[in-house]
Design a protein around this ligand. Structure first.
Ligand SMILES: [Zn+2]
Length: 100
């Protein structure tokens, strides 16, 4: 007989169904984009945007493990660096566009 791991108590959301971004989700390689009241998780590695309903650790983890298995055991610092570098690249593009 196998025990059912799904029998875990789950808290119900207080109001509305929009999920909020948790700073901790960076460890799954996710940042967020869009509206602050209904943010959408955005993969730092491939830039994929998921729906607001996917703003839960299990779904973020699933994307990380299935799409980027080589990054599955990276730590927060690694993803933070990636995020900063993505931002820098965008800035460089902006500067390049303006000066030419
Ligand atoms: Zn991805």
């Amino acid at each position: 007989m196998m025990k059912n791991p799904a029998q875990v108590l789950q808290k119900k959301p207080k109001e509305g169904s929009e999920k909020k971004y948790d700073e901790d989700y960076i460890k799954y390689g996710f940042s967020w984009c869009g509206d602050e009241t209904a943010p959408r998780p955005q993969c730092i590695i491939c830039g994929d945007q998921l729906s607001n309903e996917s703003m839960v650790p299990s779904k973020l983890k699933r994307h990380l493990y299935s799409s980027h298995p080589s990054c599955a055991n990276k730590d927060k610092q690694y993803f933070k660096r990636c995020l900063e570098e993505n931002k820098k690249t965008e800035e460089i593009y902006e500067i390049g566009r303006n000066s030419f």
